[in-house]
Design a binder for this molecule. Structure first.
Ligand code: SAM
Length: 271
């Protein structure tokens, strides 16, 4: 489907499906769009959406609000959409399936061990779903993303789930300028970005991360998929990182979806 056809489909979803619960209509609309779609990732996003639709009856008004935001994103956001018209991250509390499995990531990285009771910053938080799911473990978590539509979704979900120790805002890491530092900074698939919206060098990126990690604090790093970031490229990334941090441990992630598995996770202490 072209971006225009996707935008039309998205409008259909919000008006026909999320306003009132109508599972039969939903199946026929989703299956029609599935058969029109030639792209594998788009087909997967439509299937994810159908699966979730059938589970969200009691959260329909929230999902209607989210669907309207996705609609606006498709119409107005000109940059790359990591969710292909739906979501990149999953969010189990509100039955959203994404290309990345948030629970599997949290478990595979043993995040609770590192963020428990800490102040945390999530760079490029996307729809904030990972931040929202680890919020009960943290003292406070803040996240920002260049995509304002995803931040609108993040804020809707945050309010719906009454997460009062979470703050989200739209903005870039390049412009990020705060006085405070954080005990833990999350750099998950963000040191370079497929959308070309990361404008600073890898070295400048980690230098900036270092500025925001408090003394004795941690940077938790997740690489891109090996199919997108070769061993050689990752080696260069880690060399930049090691100018500012000591890698205490690192391993390949094995849980979750195909989009999760094979990435390198590193626990890095500020030098
Ligand atoms: C590959 S996704 C990773 C999202 C999230 N960190 C995760 O691991 O689930 C990259 C995210 O970075 C955001 N992004 C790209 N360039 C950015 C920038 N310069 N500043 C802030 N966010 C940015 C994108 O909008 C996208 O949500």
């Amino acid at each position: 489907m072209s971006k225009q056809e996707q935008a039309r489909a998205s409008k259909n979803y919000s008006e026909l499906l999320y306003k009132t619960f109508n599972p039969l209509k939903a199946c026929s609309v989703f299956l029609q769009d599935f058969s029109k779609s030639k792209d594998k990732a788009q087909k997967q996003a439509i299937l994810n959406r159908l699966k979730d639709y059938l589970r969200i009856r009691k959260q329909l008004s929230l999902h209607y609000e989210i669907a309207r935001i996705l609609e606006a994103q498709l119409r107005e956001y000109t940059s790359y959409d990591y969710g292909e018209g739906y979501f990149y991250q999953s969010c189990r509390p509100i039955h959203i399936t994404g290309f990345r499995n948030t629970e599997a990531r949290i478990a595979g990285m043993q995040l609770e061990k590192y963020v428990a009771g800490k102040t945390v910053l999530d760079i490029g938080t996307n729809a904030g779903f990972l931040a929202i799911e680890i919020a009960p473990m943290c003292n406070k978590i803040e996240g920002f993303d260049i995509n304002p539509y995803l931040i609108e979704v993040a804020n809707c979900v945050k309010n719906f789930l009454k997460c009062d120790n979470v703050e989200f805002w739209a903005g870039t890491f390049e412009e990020f300028n705060r006085e405070q530092s954080y005990e833990v900074v999350l750099s998950f698939a963000n040191h370079s970005t497929y959308d070309h919206n990361t404008r600073q060098s890898t070295d400048d990126y980690f230098q900036k991360c270092c500025r925001y990690v408090s003394n004795e604090g941690l940077l938790l790093f997740e690489s891109h998929l090996p199919s997108y970031e070769t061993q050689e490229q990752l080696k260069h990334v880690l060399e930049c990182l090691k100018k500012y941090f000591t890698i205490e441990a690192s391993y390949a992630l094995t849980r979750g979806t195909r989009g999760d598995q094979g990435r390198t996770f590193a626990i890095c202490r500020k030098r």
